[in-house]
Design a protein. Structure first.
Length: 760
């Protein structure tokens, strides 16, 4: 939201007042409160008829400083984000001319009774600052609405990332972003998952602790500053010190919620009925058997909307005309080792038998006149389950429990974005403007907690579209309604990388696109990308997405990359556990791993899958790909092509057939694999292949071995000295093959003890 007219003027409808000095302060053991009037005080007469901002500095986590700006101290009527407080030690210093508030390596410094400013320093270096007249208490004279604004300075070459799953450019400089969840597809500035948190290339992050709409201007209204504003009389934000991006994400997720670890089986292939296609029990079993006949492993089968009767979503009842024996069908699917997912949303159509029940008991969001808030968008006359009402939560989840009791394993928690604000009344009196974005948290929390309660914590997973701050506790999320086009495939990746830099660990997308008809070429290239993503699901609107309906090469392509992903699960699940422990996303932009290589800071069409695999998807029919490799030795794990990249990195232009693409391991990598795996969940410590990629002279490398529950059960270490590798294993059962990838050549040795020596 813009308030100024160029650099010098204020837009005519606005009146902006800003703190001009710190006139007084109070301090306690862990809080510093500043009183900053809107003019500098020269005599007692200046203290009359004058407003001020009360500024409270706190620290919930070491290296994180919260700044709350208060004009009028008014009560906020829920909801609020759930934040942790680790009660770190803080140091508050005051003198005649300066105040400071220090937490860990982060310090906020303010001049006392002088020109107003807040400098944020990592150790002794300023990383950003709130400058004179950056903070604003703003009145819109036309509407009488009030706003609070903050602007934080940006360095000359500083880049901004994150703010949720945004499909605009990966680097957010120059963009205007409203944090307001919308059902807008994947091809506009709107987003399903809006997160008021950004990550700076200068080694810090900023989280705006406001669940309502937050408007960001990132080097746009003022090209030297990142600005954020909200309607109201107060604003709180947290500056999060790194100094590395991974450390920022670790502190942010400690503050807003630890990334939960999805069950191992969820990393396998999910196959959907698709949306508006015609499907019944015979169709479902034909697809499942077709995958088995072609030896394509399948871990989850998903039933989309029409498992229920049309016009009745959600009634949470099987359409028995299409599925006369749902319990028997689920058992037959389970007997094939496949989990079952069903689609739900939190909207109840008027024709649904649940509508009258929910209306009678007050389980829906209401209008001010007491009626249910209804509209015809999506389903005729649908109402919205009010998750601020504990009885409504119990009612809704009781219907889901009946499905879990029937054998359903998890839910696709669709929608949750178009939540009414105007004329909306919530059970607990929450402010609708604060509820709009927060609703998805309450919705997904209710479903996720039910699955966790009924299936066990290690089996809890949903497949969610919408999200807000803290939703990383309820994985996984997928990218929404994309198009069956190469450009939309690239847009999806860009949105996913932005999302994963916003505190989330796991992400998926509709392989080959949701809308329109996918071509065989697109299907094959997107399958590669999808099966080298955190989570992998075939889904569509008007088109079945089984590979044999495209061509025989699509079958071979799907099988190859499902087999590849399943074989990589000892590596991938260890990396997923690391995501859970640290907040570093499983899929990640290259600059998280190659922070010292400035060339990686703009890359949005390639990514790291864990710390040891670089993936460059192909976005065209011709098989051409242009991608960047940082300095070092690299090996394509699909064809053993090796690369030696000099200092400064290198751009490569290559061409691949439909069964290949760049999937590269960097030097000094150990990647555990289990060829022949038929499901994503198995014993990862049982004789995995130990792949050693370009271990350099003098290097010593170690990787962890985890089991399918995520527990650490062993390790593999590799040391190179005098052109000899020493491989030590701990916690691995059976005899593993040690596969040495060196200078484009492969050497395989069977390990028959816990220590094996190999000559290069």
């Amino acid at each position: 939201m813009k308030f100024t007219d160029g650099y010098w003027l204020t837009r005519p409808q606005y009146e902006i007042q800003s703190p001009r000095e710190i006139f007084d302060f109070n301090k306690s053991d862990n809080e510093l409160t500043l009183y900053a009037p809107f003019k500098q005080i020269a005599d007692r007469g200046d203290e009359l008829n004058l407003g001020m901002t009360t500024i409270k500095l706190t620290s919930p986590i070491e290296g994180v400083i919260g700044v709350q700006l208060i004009h009028f101290d008014q009560n906020q009527v829920g909801p609020s984000f759930e934040l942790a407080d680790e009660h770190p030690n803080v140091t508050i210093n005051t003198s005649e001319d300066e105040l400071s508030f220090k937490s860990g390596s982060l310090t906020a410094k303010m001049p006392y009774k002088s020109d107003f400013e807040i400098d944020f320093l990592h150790d002794d270096k300023v990383i950003t600052k709130s400058m004179d007249k950056a903070q604003g208490v703003i009145l819109d004279k036309n509407t009488n609405k009030h706003y609070m604004r903050e602007q934080l300075s940006m360095d000359i070459d500083e880049l901004i990332y994150g703010l949720g799953e945004r499909f605009t450019s990966f680097v957010k400089n120059g963009q205007s972003v409203d944090i307001w969840n919308r059902d807008g597809g994947t091809g506009s500035e709107q987003a399903y998952k809006n997160i008021p948190f950004y990550l700076s290339s200068n080694g810090y992050g900023v989280f705006v602790n406001q669940p309502e709409k937050v408007s960001f201007e990132i080097a746009s209204e003022n090209v030297d500053r990142t600005q954020f504003s909200v309607e109201g009389e107060s604003l709180q934000y947290f500056v999060i010190d790194g100094p590395t991006p991974k450390e920022v994400l670790n502190k942010y997720t400690r503050l807003t919620g630890q990334v939960a670890l999805p069950p191992a089986w969820s990393f396998g292939l999910w196959l959907s009925t698709s949306f508006t296609t015609d499907y019944r029990e015979e169709t479902v079993m034909k697809f499942i058997d077709g995958m088995k006949d072609r030896k394509i492993p399948l871990d989850v089968f998903h039933f989309d909307c029409f498992w229920q009767k049309g016009f009745e979503w959600c009634n949470l009842l099987w359409d028995t005309e299409q599925f006369p024996d749902p319990e028997g069908l689920i058992k037959r699917i389970h007997d094939r080792g496949i989990k079952v997912c069903v689609w739900i949303n939190p909207y109840i159509a008027q024709k649904s038998p649940l509508f009258e029940e929910g209306k009678k008991n007050g389980y829906f969001i209401k209008r001010k006149d007491g009626n249910v808030w209804q509209w015809d968008l999506w389903q005729a006359g649908n109402g919205f389950v009010d998750f601020t009402n504990p009885e409504a939560v119990a009612w809704y989840t009781s219907k889901l429990k009946a499905l879990l009791d029937m054998g359903v394993d998890c839910f696709k928690t669709d929608f949750g974005e178009r939540i009414p604000v105007e004329d909306a009344v919530f059970y607990d009196g929450s402010n609708p403007n604060r509820e709009h974005n927060y609703y998805t948290y309450q919705y997904n929390e209710a479903v996720y907690d039910l699955v966790k309660q009924e299936k066990g914590e290690d089996q809890a997973v949903v497949f969610a579209r919408s999200a807000t701050v803290g939703s990383q506790k309820f994985p996984v999320h997928w990218g929404g309604d994309n198009l069956s086009r190469f450009k939309s495939m690239a847009d999806s990746l860009r949105g996913g990388l932005s999302f994963l830099l916003s505190g989330f660990g796991f992400w998926s997308h509709d392989i080959s696109g949701f809308e329109e008809q996918a071509s065989p070429s697109l299907y094959k290239r997107w399958s590669q990308f999808g099966l080298l993503s955190s989570h992998s699901r075939y889904h569509g609107s008007v088109q079945y997405k089984v590979p044999w309906l495209f061509d025989e090469e699509a079958v071979a392509n799907t099988k190859k990359f499902v087999d590849l992903k399943l074989s990589l699960m000892p590596y991938l699940f260890d990396e997923a556990v690391n995501t859970h422990e640290t907040g570093t996303p499983l899929m990640r932009p290259l600059f998280l791993e190659y922070t010292n290589d400035r060339n990686t800071y703009y890359l949005e069409h390639e990514y790291m899958l864990g710390s040891k695999l670089l993936v460059a998807p192909i976005f065209n029919d011709e098989g051409n790909v242009k991608y960047y490799l940082p300095e070092g030795k690299w090996t394509n794990i699909l064809n053993e092509q090796s690369y030696s990249i000099s200092k400064g990195g290198e751009w490569l232009n290559e061409q691949y057939d439909n069964l290949n693409l760049p999937v590269l391991a960097p030097e000094n990598s150990i990647i555990l694999r289990k060829p022949g795996a038929v499901h994503a969940e198995y014993d990862y410590s049982d004789s995995p292949d130990i792949n050693c990629y370009e271990i350099l002279e003098g290097a010593s490398v170690t990787t962890r071995v985890v089991n399918q529950k995520g527990d650490s059960v062993g390790s593999v270490s590799v040391t190179r000295k005098n052109d000899q590798l020493t491989v030590k294993t701990n916690g691995i059962s059976g005899n593993s093959n040690i596969i040495v990838h060196h200078d484009g050549k492969v050497k395989t040795v069977t390990a028959d003890s816990s220590e094996t020596t190999i000559d290069l």
